[in-house]
Design a protein around this ligand. Sequence first.
Ligand code: AMP
Ligand code: MG
Length: 321
Amino acid sequence: MLCIGFEGTAHTIGAGVVDDDKILVNESKVFHPESGIHPREAANFHAKHIADVFRDALEKAKIGPKEIELVAFSQGPGLGPCLRTVATGARALSLSLKKPIIGVNHCIAHLEIGRHTTKCKDPVLLYVSGGNTQVISFSNKRYRVFGETLDIGIGNMLDKFGRLLNMPFPAGPEIERLARKGRLISLPYSIKGMDVSFSGILTAAKNLIEQEKKENLCYSLQETCFAMLTEVTERAMAHLDKNEILLGGGVASNKRFQEMVNNMATARGAKLFVPKQEYCVDNGAMIALTGLIMYKSGIRMKIEDTEIKQRFRTDDVEVRW
Ligand code: AMP
Ligand code: MG
């Protein structure tokens, strides 16, 4: 069964096509703002490029629009104007082709594509992106959030800090590069129960910009925040008695992050799974794949059910598959 999936929760407009469990194409275009993502500007970018990624995806998959049997789209969580734009495109396509439509939870899609492409079975997902930071795992019919950020996402924190140092967006890769030459200075280690918080650390680092070397600030930001996330993930694994860790989100491409999580995994006799970069970041293939899995499990949506959900919670979805 052929399914096309559209991703558009934030800066990426993507279209992916899957044929049952085979990923045929994964096309995307990324909005690169000069500083920070303005939701309406990102939405305009998606409106401008959604037809391009759609056309490119079909061309590369060597299929015509009429062969599509299911339309999936990212229903949330994400930026309102972006979600609305992409949902409108998906609805129009579904209605014009007279094919069913499925709205997909973006965080669950990260987990499903990770499971599918790395072949892990029942992981604890450490999802670290620009807007989201969550520790997610399956328990009693749902993917549940065992820990998350109480304020901003880790990627967003890194980007905000990078902006103060005049780094281009996204700042994560440049912070990673500078961090290699830094040494540790003290920053607030902010864990509350199973949750984490990044805004205080950002403020502390910001207040040190005049007096500290930027390499030290970058190194210490990474060490502190990555250690917090590793700690929460380890506790989730112990609580759930699980032995697989899956990474997802753009920050997962950070080598020091991978190393720290891997050290924890090795110490517990667990295994770390890192999807290929194109499947770690926001992408259309993960929406297509998850939409199809949902459809095959019997889930159906009417157009009225496809309203976007800016604050769509991971555990709102009953996992029937
Ligand atoms: P996403 O929202 O999942 O598409 O991921 C984008 C986020 O990943 C941005 O906030 C980037 O700064 C961050 N990011 C990308 N590469 C790296 C890296 N090597 N280290 C840390 N963060 C990164
Ligand atoms: Mg994402």
